[in-house]
Ligand binder design. Sequence first.
Ligand code: SF4
Length: 283
Amino acid sequence: MPFLYKVRGEKFCFDPERNGPKGKTPFAISRSKIDLFHECPRCFYLDQRHGIKRPDGYPFSLNVAVDELLKKEFDLLRKEGKPHALMREYGIDALPFKHKDLDLWRDSLRNGIKYHDPVTNLVIRGGVDDVWIGKDGALHIVDYKATSKNGEVSLDAEWQDGYKRQVEVYQWLFRKNDFKVSDIAYFVYANGDTSPARFDARLEFVIKIIPYTGDDAWIPKTITALHACLMAETAPDSSPDCTYCAYRSAAGKQLQKDAPRRRKDKTAPNLHLAFEKTYAKNV
Ligand code: SF4
């Protein structure tokens, strides 16, 4: 968890005048923000309109390393115009796709594959892991995943619906960029094997390819709803299933009530500052 929490500056937040349909500046919405909207429109509004982001989680460094290595492996074959042995093993008649913009499409932080929606003035974007091309010329969206679990990896858990939405957004974006796109996307899933008796600084993976038939029909409706949310003057209601909002509101009310007393009370200990000093000393 980062030690300091920062609210994003105003210029990075959606402004209906500046970024609305009549505004001069299109506003970029990443694939992960579409997912945030899907999870909770209120959290999305706080993030995109006011720069109040959910606190970051821990970085998944091992997953990032697996992604990087898989990219390198598929890139070597892309250069040679050959399929990966796994593609043959799974009967996938395709090749890693060569395109001058592949690096841009993969840059999820600054670029990704983009589409400017002229109605909302939103630029929808998302960074893909890989793209393969089938014999029929249709593109397959490919996403690399890494985990470590006993037994077979699958896409059956409810929390993995986000993975499915992720590839559906990429399928939609490639279609909007006039590519022929197959409904079948592939997850290249690396599962860390914890069965060996010793570590010896080596982690072996079992890699499986899981096909998934995507359906991007939900995306235009979601963009319309998400845009209406951005244009609204106030935040949507909290989700009744989320206990954090009730907690935040109860905590906020109490702290506001305490604030005048606390300003007067010079003896009140600043526990946070004390912790910061201790922390700084010990790192
Ligand atoms: S309901 Fe939960 S997820 Fe939504 S804004 Fe509140 S804390 Fe965030």
